[in-house]
Design a protein around this ligand. Structure first.
Ligand code: SF4
Length: 238
Protein backbone atom coordinates (compact mmCIF):
# COMPACT_ATOMS: atom_id res chain seq x y z
CA UNK A 1 0.00 0.00 0.00
CA UNK A 2 1.37 3.42 -0.94
CA UNK A 3 2.08 5.98 1.78
CA UNK A 4 -0.62 8.35 0.49
CA UNK A 5 -3.17 5.54 0.62
CA UNK A 6 -2.20 4.62 4.20
CA UNK A 7 -2.47 8.26 5.24
CA UNK A 8 -5.83 8.76 3.57
CA UNK A 9 -7.24 5.64 5.22
CA UNK A 10 -6.01 6.94 8.55
CA UNK A 11 -7.71 10.29 8.00
CA UNK A 12 -10.82 8.84 6.37
CA UNK A 13 -10.39 10.86 3.17
CA UNK A 14 -10.23 9.34 -0.32
CA UNK A 15 -6.75 8.63 -1.62
CA UNK A 16 -5.08 10.18 -4.63
CA UNK A 17 -6.63 8.42 -7.63
CA UNK A 18 -4.86 5.58 -9.35
CA UNK A 19 -4.97 5.06 -13.08
CA UNK A 20 -7.46 2.23 -12.62
CA UNK A 21 -9.82 4.16 -10.39
CA UNK A 22 -13.27 2.56 -10.27
CA UNK A 23 -16.37 4.65 -10.91
CA UNK A 24 -17.36 4.16 -7.24
CA UNK A 25 -13.99 5.45 -6.06
CA UNK A 26 -14.22 8.39 -8.48
CA UNK A 27 -17.68 9.25 -7.13
CA UNK A 28 -16.33 9.18 -3.58
CA UNK A 29 -13.46 11.44 -4.60
CA UNK A 30 -15.85 13.76 -6.41
CA UNK A 31 -17.98 14.12 -3.30
CA UNK A 32 -14.87 14.84 -1.23
CA UNK A 33 -14.01 17.59 -3.74
CA UNK A 34 -17.55 18.98 -3.42
CA UNK A 35 -17.31 19.07 0.38
CA UNK A 36 -14.04 20.99 0.21
CA UNK A 37 -15.52 23.40 -2.31
CA UNK A 38 -18.48 23.94 0.06
CA UNK A 39 -16.05 24.70 2.87
CA UNK A 40 -14.05 27.15 0.78
CA UNK A 41 -16.97 28.81 -1.03
CA UNK A 42 -20.08 28.48 1.17
CA UNK A 43 -21.81 31.50 -0.39
CA UNK A 44 -20.62 31.34 -4.00
CA UNK A 45 -23.00 32.98 -6.42
CA UNK A 46 -23.12 34.61 -9.83
CA UNK A 47 -20.77 37.61 -9.97
CA UNK A 48 -22.70 39.33 -12.77
CA UNK A 49 -25.04 42.14 -11.73
CA UNK A 50 -28.63 41.75 -12.90
CA UNK A 51 -32.15 42.58 -11.78
CA UNK A 52 -34.33 40.20 -13.80
CA UNK A 53 -34.06 37.28 -16.28
CA UNK A 54 -33.65 39.65 -19.24
CA UNK A 55 -30.78 41.65 -17.76
CA UNK A 56 -29.11 38.40 -16.67
CA UNK A 57 -29.42 36.91 -20.15
CA UNK A 58 -27.82 39.97 -21.72
CA UNK A 59 -25.10 40.12 -19.05
CA UNK A 60 -24.17 36.45 -19.58
CA UNK A 61 -24.20 36.95 -23.32
CA UNK A 62 -21.77 39.85 -22.90
CA UNK A 63 -19.48 37.89 -20.57
CA UNK A 64 -18.05 35.56 -23.25
CA UNK A 65 -14.26 35.98 -23.27
CA UNK A 66 -14.65 38.97 -20.95
CA UNK A 67 -14.44 39.26 -17.18
CA UNK A 68 -17.59 39.68 -15.10
CA UNK A 69 -16.07 42.85 -13.66
CA UNK A 70 -15.79 44.37 -17.13
CA UNK A 71 -19.39 43.40 -17.93
CA UNK A 72 -20.64 44.91 -14.67
CA UNK A 73 -19.05 48.21 -15.67
CA UNK A 74 -21.02 48.53 -18.91
CA UNK A 75 -24.42 47.04 -18.00
CA UNK A 76 -25.70 49.91 -15.79
CA UNK A 77 -25.51 52.32 -18.73
CA UNK A 78 -26.82 49.70 -21.16
CA UNK A 79 -29.88 48.84 -19.07
CA UNK A 80 -30.57 52.46 -18.14
CA UNK A 81 -31.11 53.14 -21.82
CA UNK A 82 -32.65 49.80 -22.89
CA UNK A 83 -34.15 48.18 -19.77
CA UNK A 84 -36.54 45.75 -21.43
CA UNK A 85 -36.65 43.36 -24.41
CA UNK A 86 -39.10 45.74 -26.12
CA UNK A 87 -36.76 48.72 -25.74
CA UNK A 88 -33.65 46.84 -26.88
CA UNK A 89 -35.50 45.21 -29.78
CA UNK A 90 -36.18 48.68 -31.16
CA UNK A 91 -32.51 49.69 -31.05
CA UNK A 92 -29.93 49.31 -33.78
CA UNK A 93 -26.76 47.37 -32.86
CA UNK A 94 -24.61 50.38 -33.74
CA UNK A 95 -26.34 52.35 -30.96
CA UNK A 96 -25.12 49.83 -28.37
CA UNK A 97 -21.54 49.74 -29.60
CA UNK A 98 -20.23 52.90 -27.86
CA UNK A 99 -21.42 51.54 -24.50
CA UNK A 100 -19.99 48.06 -25.10
CA UNK A 101 -16.72 49.23 -26.59
CA UNK A 102 -14.62 48.40 -23.52
CA UNK A 103 -15.44 44.67 -23.68
CA UNK A 104 -14.19 42.08 -26.14
CA UNK A 105 -16.07 41.28 -29.34
CA UNK A 106 -18.33 44.24 -28.72
CA UNK A 107 -19.63 44.52 -32.27
CA UNK A 108 -20.89 40.95 -32.49
CA UNK A 109 -22.19 41.18 -28.92
CA UNK A 110 -24.14 44.33 -29.79
CA UNK A 111 -25.70 42.44 -32.69
CA UNK A 112 -26.52 39.47 -30.46
CA UNK A 113 -28.08 41.68 -27.75
CA UNK A 114 -30.47 43.27 -30.23
CA UNK A 115 -31.17 39.97 -32.01
CA UNK A 116 -31.81 38.29 -28.66
CA UNK A 117 -34.27 41.04 -27.63
CA UNK A 118 -36.03 40.82 -31.00
CA UNK A 119 -36.37 37.03 -30.68
CA UNK A 120 -37.76 37.43 -27.16
CA UNK A 121 -40.37 39.82 -28.53
CA UNK A 122 -41.18 37.78 -31.63
CA UNK A 123 -41.25 34.28 -30.15
CA UNK A 124 -41.62 34.54 -26.37
CA UNK A 125 -43.93 37.53 -25.80
CA UNK A 126 -41.04 39.50 -24.30
CA UNK A 127 -40.38 36.92 -21.56
CA UNK A 128 -37.16 34.98 -21.11
CA UNK A 129 -38.05 31.27 -21.47
CA UNK A 130 -37.19 28.76 -18.78
CA UNK A 131 -36.19 25.62 -20.66
CA UNK A 132 -32.73 24.95 -22.04
CA UNK A 133 -33.94 24.20 -25.61
CA UNK A 134 -35.97 27.43 -25.68
CA UNK A 135 -33.13 29.50 -24.21
CA UNK A 136 -30.81 28.10 -26.87
CA UNK A 137 -33.09 29.48 -29.56
CA UNK A 138 -31.97 32.98 -28.53
CA UNK A 139 -29.16 34.39 -30.70
CA UNK A 140 -25.80 34.22 -28.93
CA UNK A 141 -27.07 31.80 -26.28
CA UNK A 142 -25.34 28.42 -26.20
CA UNK A 143 -25.78 25.62 -23.71
CA UNK A 144 -23.44 27.19 -21.14
CA UNK A 145 -25.27 30.52 -21.18
CA UNK A 146 -28.63 28.73 -21.06
CA UNK A 147 -27.53 26.80 -17.96
CA UNK A 148 -26.36 29.98 -16.23
CA UNK A 149 -29.61 31.82 -17.00
CA UNK A 150 -31.83 28.92 -16.00
CA UNK A 151 -29.95 28.42 -12.76
CA UNK A 152 -29.59 32.03 -11.65
CA UNK A 153 -32.80 33.56 -13.01
CA UNK A 154 -35.21 30.75 -12.23
CA UNK A 155 -33.46 28.54 -9.67
CA UNK A 156 -33.80 25.58 -12.03
CA UNK A 157 -30.79 23.32 -12.36
CA UNK A 158 -30.90 20.84 -15.24
CA UNK A 159 -27.24 20.92 -16.18
CA UNK A 160 -23.79 22.29 -15.44
CA UNK A 161 -22.46 25.38 -17.19
CA UNK A 162 -19.09 24.27 -18.52
CA UNK A 163 -16.99 27.37 -19.04
CA UNK A 164 -13.23 27.45 -19.46
CA UNK A 165 -12.65 26.99 -15.69
CA UNK A 166 -15.02 24.04 -15.23
CA UNK A 167 -13.62 22.44 -18.40
CA UNK A 168 -10.02 22.71 -17.15
CA UNK A 169 -10.71 21.62 -13.57
CA UNK A 170 -12.75 18.59 -14.67
CA UNK A 171 -9.82 17.38 -16.75
CA UNK A 172 -7.18 18.09 -14.11
CA UNK A 173 -9.19 16.27 -11.47
CA UNK A 174 -9.58 13.30 -13.81
CA UNK A 175 -13.37 13.59 -13.78
CA UNK A 176 -13.51 13.89 -17.52
CA UNK A 177 -11.21 11.79 -19.73
CA UNK A 178 -8.87 13.50 -22.14
CA UNK A 179 -11.14 12.35 -24.96
CA UNK A 180 -13.89 14.61 -23.57
CA UNK A 181 -12.77 17.50 -25.68
CA UNK A 182 -15.95 19.54 -25.87
CA UNK A 183 -17.87 21.36 -23.12
CA UNK A 184 -20.89 19.18 -23.90
CA UNK A 185 -18.92 15.98 -23.27
CA UNK A 186 -17.44 17.36 -20.06
CA UNK A 187 -20.91 18.33 -18.89
CA UNK A 188 -22.17 14.80 -19.53
CA UNK A 189 -19.22 13.36 -17.57
CA UNK A 190 -19.90 15.64 -14.60
CA UNK A 191 -23.66 15.04 -14.66
CA UNK A 192 -22.98 11.30 -14.53
CA UNK A 193 -20.51 11.71 -11.68
CA UNK A 194 -22.40 14.05 -9.36
CA UNK A 195 -25.93 13.78 -7.93
CA UNK A 196 -28.29 16.57 -9.14
CA UNK A 197 -28.12 18.54 -5.89
CA UNK A 198 -24.41 19.08 -6.56
CA UNK A 199 -24.81 20.51 -10.07
CA UNK A 200 -25.80 24.04 -9.02
CA UNK A 201 -22.87 24.70 -6.66
CA UNK A 202 -20.37 23.56 -9.30
CA UNK A 203 -21.50 26.42 -11.54
CA UNK A 204 -20.36 29.00 -9.00
CA UNK A 205 -17.69 27.32 -6.90
CA UNK A 206 -15.55 25.93 -9.70
CA UNK A 207 -15.44 29.24 -11.51
CA UNK A 208 -14.09 30.95 -8.38
CA UNK A 209 -11.70 28.06 -7.78
CA UNK A 210 -10.44 28.31 -11.35
CA UNK A 211 -9.75 31.99 -10.94
CA UNK A 212 -8.08 31.77 -7.54
CA UNK A 213 -6.39 28.37 -7.24
CA UNK A 214 -6.53 26.05 -10.25
CA UNK A 215 -5.41 28.82 -12.56
CA UNK A 216 -4.87 27.96 -16.21
CA UNK A 217 -1.16 28.71 -16.52
CA UNK A 218 0.12 28.47 -12.96
CA UNK A 219 -2.14 26.35 -10.76
CA UNK A 220 -1.40 26.82 -7.07
CA UNK A 221 -1.05 23.13 -6.29
CA UNK A 222 1.16 23.50 -3.18
CA UNK A 223 -1.57 25.41 -1.36
CA UNK A 224 -4.57 23.80 -3.08
CA UNK A 225 -7.10 22.17 -0.72
CA UNK A 226 -7.58 19.38 -3.27
CA UNK A 227 -3.94 18.36 -3.64
CA UNK A 228 -4.29 14.81 -2.32
CA UNK A 229 -7.46 14.31 -4.35
CA UNK A 230 -6.02 15.50 -7.65
CA UNK A 231 -4.14 13.31 -10.13
CA UNK A 232 -2.62 16.40 -11.77
CA UNK A 233 -1.14 17.97 -8.64
CA UNK A 234 2.43 16.82 -9.15
CA UNK A 235 2.41 17.29 -12.89
CA UNK A 236 1.45 20.93 -12.81
CA UNK A 237 2.74 22.16 -9.44
CA UNK A 238 6.00 23.61 -10.71
S1 SF4 B 1 -3.91 20.26 -7.13
FE1 SF4 B 1 -3.33 21.73 -8.72
S2 SF4 B 1 -4.15 20.91 -10.64
FE2 SF4 B 1 -5.19 19.85 -8.94
S3 SF4 B 1 -7.06 21.04 -8.55
FE3 SF4 B 1 -5.50 21.84 -7.17
S4 SF4 B 1 -4.53 23.57 -8.28
FE4 SF4 B 1 -5.70 22.33 -9.79
Amino acid sequence: MRKSQRESQATGSPSRPSRRESQAARRQRALAVAERMDARYPDAQCALHFSNPFTLTIAVLLSAQTTDVAVNKVTPQLFARWPTPAAMAAAEPAELEPILKSIGLYRSKARNCVACARTLMAEFAGEVPRSIPELMRLPGVGRKTANVVQNNAFGIVEGIAVDTHVFRIAHRLGFSPAASDTPEKVERDLLALYPPERWGPINHQWVLFGREVCIARRPRCPTCPLTELCPSATAVSH
